[in-house]
Ligand binder design. Structure first.
Ligand SMILES: [Zn+2]
Ligand SMILES: [Zn+2]
Ligand SMILES: [Zn+2]
Length: 283
């Protein structure tokens, strides 16, 4: 389970040596550029790191704006709508609570179709803000109305076995302090098939700014929706505003239905119902 604060992986010696070869002035320029936009130009608006707490300028990870295409069926599956008129087409039909469907790669409608709300990168202006206790957190830099798409949780899809293996590895690193992972496990009970779908997305090394979203014991102000593109086997995890969110507010959600370990990392969510401990995924 993701736990905050998401901090960079410990620097490897090889990288440190490389860094030293860069002249100090160039290093400052690189640092300033990274701190000015966490997405490195991948999103339509820059997402700056704001830190009035300590001297950490940014968090290092490989930016990937979407986890899509991971499991495309690879053949021509999709609607035949022309000119993006997909309101009411089969691709737009809901499939249940907490699930949403959107047009996919094989649809003829094209990228301008109105049924691709979550496919254009982050949906609101955001910034990554340092907190003295939680580390980095994600804040909105504009007013966000209830129901609006905010961002996808992008990262590497991993199998259940691999998730288990990584969580054990991360647990060990976490106990040494200074490290916190961003592996999110989501279980969705499918109403139609009485089955449980488990999605593991690891944004620890590769992901987007959603990796900075902190947990809140009261559920926060985001709803997690599984979005399945037509022709794709695995849904993407997308965050929508669960209520109106004021400019400058931190965005949070509940890491979920997971075990509370008495020895787990402390929770600083500040909500009235705070359990005092961050939820952690059963390994
Ligand atoms: Zn359509
Ligand atoms: Zn479609
Ligand atoms: Zn469409």
């Amino acid at each position: 389970m993701a736990s905050h604060p998401p901090t960079p992986l410990p620097a490897r010696p090889r990288l440190r040596r490389l860094d030293l070869q860069i002249p100090p002035r160039d290093r400052q320029i690189i640092t300033a550029a990274r701190a000015s936009d966490a997405s490195g130009g991948s999103e339509s608006h820059p997402i700056p790191f704001i830190n009035a707490v300590d001297r950490v300028p940014y968090a290092h990870f490989t930016y990937s704006s979407s986890a899509d295409a991971a499991f495309d069926l690879g053949f021509d599956v999709g609607c035949r709508c022309e000119g993006g008129a997909c309101e009411g087409c089969a691709c737009a039909e809901g499939v249940g609570f907490g699930l949403k469907r959107e047009c996919g790669r094989g649809c003829r409608c094209g990228s301008g179709c109105g049924n691709r709300e979550t496919q254009g990168g982050v949906g609101a202006r955001l910034r990554v803000v340092r907190d003295p206790r939680k580390g980095w957190g994600l804040h909105v830099a504009e007013f966000v109305r209830e129901g609006r798409f905010v961002c996808e949780y992008s990262g590497e899809y991993v199998t259940n076995e691999e998730a288990k293996r990584r969580l054990m590895e991360y647990d060990e690193l976490t106990s040494g302090g200074q490290f916190s992972h961003a592996l999110l496990v989501v279980r969705e009970h499918l109403p139609s098939r009485r089955a449980c779908l488990r999605v593991n997305i690891d944004a620890t090394r590769i992901g987007n700014v959603a990796r900075f979203i902190n947990h809140s014991c009261d559920g926060g102000n985001l709803t997690l929706i599984l979005v399945r593109n037509t022709g794709s086997l695995i849904p993407r995890l997308c965050f929508f505003a669960s209520r109106d969110i004021k400019e400058g507010e931190e965005i949070t959600f509940s890491y979920g239905d997971v075990r509370l370990r008495p020895d787990g990392p402390p929770c600083h969510c500040g909500s009235t119902g705070c359990f005092g401990v961050l939820p952690s995924e059963q390994t």
